[in-house]
Write a protein that binds this ligand. Structure first.
Ligand SMILES: C[S@@+](CC[C@H](N)C(=O)[O-])C[C@H]1O[C@@H](n2cnc3c(N)ncnc32)[C@H](O)[C@@H]1O
Length: 563
C-alpha cells in the first residue's frame, strides 16, 4: 500500500487583517509544499472559511475561528476545481479598505438569524421572541422574520438549488435564509460584510429560482394566533373600574366608533393589535380584546375576578340569547360554569339560574367558580339534565345546552375522532336538545357546541326541528352580529339562521350556536284540555327518545360521551 507523506506546518501569523499578510501566507505555504498549516492569531472574529489563490492559481482553503480573546485556524491545499473560481473572495473590500470578515454583519440580520434558529428549534413564537426582548427596531425584525418564515419553503429550495451552503462551508444557514428574504423583498443586498458579499454572488440564481417557484409553492397554512379575550365580570366591578385598573397597569384602550367601522375593518385592527394596546369587541360590549398570549396572572382585576378569560366563541351563546333581568334559566350542561357566570352577570343576579352537571369532579369546579365570580342567583344540581322533569320547572323561560362534544372547533383533530364517537355524541346531543324543547314554559333554547362537525350541529338542529317545528323556530341571530359571515352549511334550509365561527376569519375558536324560539302561539295560551294533551304528547315523545337512545347504546356498546 502506498503511503502518502503529509506535510504539516504551524505559524503564528500575528494577524491576517492585511492583504499582504494573507498573500505572503498563501505563497509561503505553497512554496514549502505544506498540505496543512496550523495558524495562530489570525485576529479574525467569528467562524468561517474562505478560498485563497496563489499567484499561480492554486487554491487553498482557510478555516478560521476566533473572538476578542483568541483566534486561530488552519489552511489546507485543495485540488483544482472549476467551482473554486466563484468561491474566490476579494481580499480587501474596495470601499472600506477592510477585509470583508472584519466588517460586522448588520445587527438586524444577526439578531434575525439567531431568532430564526430558535424558532426552527420550536423555542417559541416569532412575535414572543422578538417583542419579549429589548431589541431596537423590533418591527423591522418582525417584518423580515415574517417574510423569512412565510416564504420559508421557497427560500430553502432556492438555497438548496444554488448549493451555496455546500460551496461556502461555514455559511450560517439561518443567516442565509434571512439574507435571502431581504434579497427577495428589496431585489438586492446592500452591505459589505462577508456573508452579504458571498450571497451576492448567488443573487441572480436565487432571484431566478424565486421568480419561477414562488407561485408554485402551496401557500403555507398560517397558524391562527387568537387574540386574548377578557370578559368584564360586572358582578364584581363596573366596566369603568376595570378600564381604570387596566390603565394603571399600563394598558391603552384603542377606541373606535362601531358605527363608522365595518366588521372587516375591526378584524384588521385585531390582527394588528400589539404591545400594550387593547380594544372592545365589535359585537359583545363587555368583552375586551388583547394581543395574543397576553398574560393576566399578575393583573389585579383578574385576581379579583373582575375580569374572566373567556374566548369570544364561548361568550356567543349567552350574548345571542338576549336574556333579561328576572329570567328563570336552566343551564343543562354547566360545568365548569363560564357561561353560567356570564348569564348571572347578564341578568345582574336577578331571576334564577339552575345549573346542572352530572360529572361530580366538574360539578365541584362549577360550585367554586360561581361562588368566586359572585353569581349569587345560581343554584347548582349534580344531576343528569335528561332526567329533569319538565313539569317541575313551570316558570323556566330559557334553557342553555352546551353539551359534551368532540371539541373539533378547539383544536381536536377531526381525523383522530372515530366516526362511532361522532354518532354517539350526535345521538346524545339530539336527546338533550329535544328534552329541553319539551319544557312547557320555555321560550328560548340555546344549543351550542365547540365542534365544527355537521353531525353535532346542523344534523342535531334538523332532527329537533323535525320533531318540534310546530312549536319552535330558529331565532334571528344576525341582528346581534352585524357583518357576520359564517353561518350553517348550505345543505340545510335553515343555514342562515345558525351561527358558526370560523377561526381564520373571526379570530376566535370554532363554535356553533342555534337559538330555538317558541312560536307565538305557546302552550300557555291554549285551552286547558289542549295544554294537557300537549303535556301528554311531550311525555310520550320524551320516553320515545330515551328508549331509542338507550337501546342504541346497548346495541353498539359504544363509549360514553365524556367531556
Ligand atoms: C362543554 S362542557 C360545558 C361547558 C360550560 N357550558 C361552560 O361554559 O363552562 C359540557 C358539560 O356537560 C356535562 N354533561 C354531559 N352530559 C350531561 C348530562 N346528561 N347532564 C348534565 N350535564 C352533562 C359534562 O360533564 C360537561 O361538564
Amino acid at each position: 500500500m502506498e503511503r502518502k507523506n503529509i506535510r504539516i506546518g504551524t505559524w503564528n501569523v500575528q494577524t491576517l487583517r492585511s492583504e499582504q499578510k494573507v498573500l505572503n501566507l498563501v505563497e509561503d505555504v505553497d512554496s514549502k509544499r505544506i498540505d496543512i498549516m496550523a495558524i495562530q492569531e489570525t485576529h479574525y472574529h467569528g467562524t468561517g472559511s474562505e478560498y485563497l489563490k496563489t499567484s499561480e492559481g492554486k487554491t487553498y482553503v482557510l478555516y478560521y475561528t476566533g473572538d476578542e480573546e483568541s483566534s486561530g485556524g488552519a489552511m489546507e491545499f485543495k485540488e483544482e476545481d472549476d467551482n473554486h473560481e466563484m468561491n474566490q473572495l476579494p481580499m480587501k473590500d474596495k470601499r472600506t479598505g477592510k477585509k470583508p470578515h472584519s466588517i460586522p454583519v448588520p445587527r438586524l440580520f444577526k439578531l434575525c438569524s439567531k431568532i430564526l434558529c430558535r424558532y426552527e428549534n420550536k423555542e417559541g413564537s416569532l412575535k414572543n421572541m422578538v417583542y419579549s426582548a429589548k431589541y431596537p427596531h423590533r418591527d423591522s425584525m418582525m417584518a423580515l422574520l415574517s417574510k423569512t418564515v412565510d416564504q420559508g419553503s421557497v427560500i430553502k429550495s432556492a438555497l438548496a438549488d444554488s448549493k451555496i451552503l455546500e460551496k461556502e462551508p461555514g455559511f450560517n444557514p439561518y443567516l442565509a435564509q434571512v439574507l435571502t428574504a431581504e434579497l427577495l423583498t428589496k431585489g438586492c443586498l446592500q452591505g459589505d460584510c462577508k456573508p452579504i458579499i458571498v450571497l451576492r454572488k448567488y443573487e441572480d440564481e436565487l432571484l431566478e429560482h424565486y421568480r419561477k417557484n414562488a407561485k408554485k409553492m402551496p401557500p403555507k397554512k398560517k397558524k391562527v394566533l387568537f387574540p386574548r379575550y377578557v370578559r368584564i365580570n360586572t358582578l364584581v366591578a363596573s366596566a369603568d373600574d376595570v378600564h381604570n385598573h387596566l390603565a394603571e397597569e399600563g394598558w391603552i384602550l384603542y377606541s373606535y366608533k362601531k358605527e363608522s367601522v365595518t366588521y372587516d375593518d375591526y378584524l384588521d385592527l385585531v390582527e394588528n393589535l400589539e404591545g400594550s394596546t387593547y380594544m372592545e369587541d365589535y359585537h359583545i360590549p363587555e368583552l375586551l380584546v388583547f394581543p395574543p398570549n397576553t398574560s393576566f396572572w399578575k393583573s389585579e382585576p383578574y385576581k379579583e375576578n373582575a375580569i374572566v378569560l373567556m374566548d369570544k366563541a364561548s361568550c356567543l351563546p349567552v350574548f345571542l340569547a338576549s336574556i333579561k333581568p328576572g329570567y328563570n334559566i336552566i343551564d343543562g350542561c354547566a360545568a365548569p360554569g363560564n357561561k353560567t357566570s356570564y348569564m348571572a352577570a347578564t341578568i345582574n343576579n336577578t331571576g334564577s339560574i339552575t345549573a346542572l352537571d352530572n360529572n361530580p369532579e366538574r360539578f365541584k369546579t362549577l360550585n367554586k367558580l360561581v361562588q368566586q365570580r359572585g353569581a349569587t342567583c345560581v343554584s347548582t344540581l349534580l344531576e343528569d339534565f335528561t332526567k329533569l322533569d319538565p313539569d317541575q320547572y313551570p316558570d323556566v323561560r330559557c334553557i342553555f345546552l352546551d353539551p359534551t362534544c368532540t371539541g373539533s372547533g378547539v383544536g381536536f383533530h377531526q381525523d383522530k375522532i372515530s366516526e362511532q364517537r361522532v354518532w354517539d355524541l350526535s345521538s346524545f346531543q339530539s336527546m338533550v336538545l329535544k328534552h329541553a324543547l319539551s319544557f312547557p314554559s320555555v321560550k328560548k333554547v340555546i344549543y351550542s357546541t365547540c365542534s365544527v362537525m355537521v353531525e353535532e350541529n346542523e344534523e342535531v338542529v334538523k332532527k329537533a326541528l323535525d320533531m318540534y317545528q310546530h312549536q319552535f323556530k330558529l331565532g334571528n341571530i344576525k341582528k346581534r352580529l352585524p357583518g357576520w359571515k359564517n353561518f350553517g352549511s348550505e345543505d340545510y334550509s335553515f343555514s342562515k339562521k345558525i351561527c358558526k365561527t370560523n377561526p381564520d376569519v373571526d379570530k376566535c375558536q370554532g363554535f356553533f350556536v342555534a337559538k330555538f324560539v317558541r312560536k307565538e302561539k305557546s302552550s300557555e295560551e291554549m285551552p286547558n284540555s289542549s295544554a294537557q294533551k300537549e303535556g301528554e304528547k311531550r311525555k310520550e315523545q320524551f320516553n320515545e327518545i330515551s328508549d331509542t337512545f338507550s337501546s342504541k347504546k346497548k346495541k353498539s356498546k359504544k363509549e360514553q360521551p365524556s367531556s
